[in-house]
Design a binder for this molecule. Sequence first.
Ligand SMILES: [Zn+2]
Length: 118
Amino acid sequence: MRICNICGKSKKDSKFKHINKKTCKRCEFRWKRSFLRLLVHDRRITAKERIANRLGYMGTGFIMIAPYILNQGAIGPIVYIIGGLICIPQVFIAKQWNLVAVNINVMIGYTLYLINSI
Ligand SMILES: [Zn+2]
């Protein structure tokens, strides 16, 4: 039997986490703390997600560059189309369907732009 230093009650040794603990398990538990731990639960990403994330950053770079070279001939729309294509895996794996639709729309739109400008 030990005495908890928070609640002051005498409790069995099984109510303490280990032999040197002065605070009982019940006094250590806090709803706010355990809820925050639940929210930030450590999630390791898989290899597929990691590759998709890298491709997503690369595609974002392409899409960011494309407006500035749009009037330099056919290279602008081609960069847009490539950017849209390699952004799709990331948003597809993350199930962000609105961004999948945006990327497909970018690809279709700039394919039409490319066809019409030739
Ligand atoms: Zn206690």
